[in-house]
Write a protein that binds this ligand. Structure first.
Ligand code: ADP
Length: 555
């Protein structure tokens, strides 16, 4: 054989693409060997058969209508050069085809020729990737993982499976969290089977097995004997058959090395038999689902821990507030009666008695100070402190502080220096709280400076801020403690060697108040030669934070 005819024949006979021709009546006139192979027929078997034989049932009518319309009107609804359609093999399997068509005339007959390529693997891969992407999106949208798993199962039944189920291990038991099938009647049968015939945990292909071993199971074609073996009785077998189980994948949901559940996919379509590629896809999906479950669980436990901590903290603050409040009443009584004795209305006191009464008063004042600190702190922690902003001139307020600490200064023979910036500058702050902070810093400066030392207060306006320094020539603070001292109950000296009063709340309270007013306290210090605490506050009211919300406890 030679010439163009021979060449055409060789090409048609050897090409891996199927080539078919069809007459106006839709009958096959010619099929090359690749077409026979693609659809599973013997040589010559297709000749004279309707082309619809090679199409799934559901496509046939549409094809006939389309062909008739074209012959009558010449109207083409499809792009003939590029059509994707499913095909049907003689064994009932569906394949995906990429088809291009042409038409020619042979004497007065119209003939249609098609070239068909099997793209089943390619389109499965594509569908798989699409599904995986969609599923990943679903998995990251919600922290309610049971809903999420159900959505993923639903998604699976729209693309790669007829059945999808997710089981999770909880407290050593396997619990089904989702089972999806588009047909509710089938779902009912499945549930019926589950309640009437519980699965055998020892079954080597069941979910339990996958969970126990962490190994996936793939059954491309579920053999009849498997169903027979699984069935407890005739009725059971009948029900199982109704489910039309054709092909099966079960993959473990693994988190690190632990199996936390399983994902099962079932195909009921005779044309769809799962392959290793499908099992890989399911494994990848299971991996992503497990990560999503892990995230959701971690989030939930963190939330629960935070809730518990917040509740405990609220209870603690409430307790502190209540205790301090309750303690103040008897303390006030102590102070009242001590004063009464001191005035002599109950009879003149001897000098030693008077000295004792004064000791009682000093201790009372000290204790009251501590209790007030606790109360303030508890209130701050609970966000219950109200700020009342007002505009005031800075100099008089700061100058007046000396008056308030004069007794302590005298007691320790400390030199006091006040350096004013100017006499006019104003600030819009809660003046009482502003004073409270500086008084706190000043009391500390006095408390932690040895007799004969020096304490200095100076201030300035720095851009939008007012900056107040409280400096002393006291013992200083070790560098590694400079941050910690602002934490509640932190004191540089261990309790047993302490000579000064206080419980370590003063700076924590002051810092909290400063922060609420939009500012901050910082410290510079050299061990042995003194400390300078600096309060920086915006002179204008910061935003609308009059009623600050409760903050996280720092205790
Ligand atoms: P308290 O004075 O009640 O212990 P504070 O919160 O006011 O609590 O201070 C915390 C700690 O910081 C103090 O115990 C002390 O060790 C250290 N400290 C604070 N101010 C000074 C200061 N001016 N000089 C040295 N140490 C200080």
């Amino acid at each position: 054989m030679n010439g163009p005819d021979a060449l055409y024949r060789s090409v048609v006979a050897t090409t891996p693409d199927a080539i078919l021709t069809m007459d106006e009546g839709g009958r096959i006139l010619f099929a090359n060997p690749a077409a026979d192979r693609m659809f599973g027929y013997a040589e010559g078997e297709l000749l004279g058969k309707p082309l619809t034989l090679l199409m799934p049932e559901r496509m046939r009518r549409q094809h006939e209508i389309g062909l008739k319309r074209y012959l009558d009107t010449g109207e083409r609804r499809l792009d003939w050069s590029q059509i994707r359609l499913p095909g049907l093999r003689s064994d009932g399997q569906e394949i995906s085809l990429s088809i291009s068509f042409g038409e020619y005339r042979d004497s007065d007959r119209r003939i249609f020729a098609g070239i068909l390529r099997d793209i089943t693997d390619e389109s499965r891969r594509e569908a798989g990737m699409r599904f995986l992407l969609e599923a990943s999106e679903v998995l990251t949208t919600s922290l309610e993982y049971e809903d999420t798993l159900r959505s993923v199962a639903e998604l699976a039944t729209r693309s790669i499976a007829d059945w999808a189920a997710v089981d999770l291990v909880e407290d050593g038991k396997v619990r089904r969290v989702a089972v999806v099938h588009p047909d509710p009647a089938k779902l009912r049968i499945a549930q019926d089977i589950e309640t009437r015939y519980p699965t055998d945990p020892a079954s080597p292909v069941g979910i339990q097995h996958v969970i126990r071993t962490g190994e996936r199971v793939l059954i491309p074609e579920i053999p009849e004997e498997l169903l027979l073996n699984a069935a407890h009785d005739e009725e059971h077998l009948r029900l199982i058959r109704e489910l039309q189980l054709e092909s099966y994948i079960c993959v473990p949901l693994k988190l690190r090395d632990e199996v936390i559940g399983a994902l099962s996919l079932v195909s009921s379509t005779p044309a769809r038999h799962y392959t290793e590629a499908d099992a890989d896809l399911a494994s990848e999906l299971a991996r992503r689902a497990a990560v999503a479950i892990d995230n959701a669980k971690l989030y939930r436990s963190a939330e629960a821990a935070r809730d518990a901590a917040e509740r405990a903290n609220a209870a603690k603050s409430e307790f502190l507030a209540m205790m301090s409040h309750e303690l103040r009443t008897p303390l006030n009584a102590i102070s009242g009666y001590a004063e009464l004795l001191e005035t002599g209305v109950r009879g003149e006191l001897t000098a030693p008695q008077l000295a004792d009464v004064r000791s009682i008063q000093r201790s009372q004042t000290h204790l009251l100070g501590i209790i007030n600190d606790m109360l303030n702190f508890a209130k701050l922690e609970a966000g219950k402190v109200q700020f009342s902003y007002g505009t005031f001139t800075l100099d008089p307020l700061l100058r007046g502080l000396e008056e308030l600490v004069r007794p302590q200064l005298l007691e320790k023979d400390l030199k006091y220096e006040y350096r004013s910036f100017d006499g006019r500058s104003t600030a819009t702050l809660d003046s009482e709280k502003f004073q409270q902070i500086i008084l706190n810093l000043l009391s500390n400066a006095i408390k932690y400076t040895a007799d004969g030392g020096r304490v200095c207060v100076d201030w300035k306006i720095d851009g939008p801020d007012v900056v107040v320094n409280v400096a002393d020539t006291g013992r200083g603070i070790p560098g590694d403690k400079l941050d910690d001292i602002f934490e509640p109950f932190v004191q540089v000296e261990p309790l047993r060697t302490r000579v000064t009063g206080g419980v370590g709340l003063g700076l924590a309270i002051s810092q909290d108040i400063a922060r609420e007013m939009g500012g901050v306290i910082t410290v510079r210090s050299k061990l042995g030669s003194g400390s300078t605490f600096t309060l920086r506050l915006p002179r204008e009211r910061p935003g609308e934070t009059v009623n600050p919300s409760p903050r996280r406890s720092r205790l």
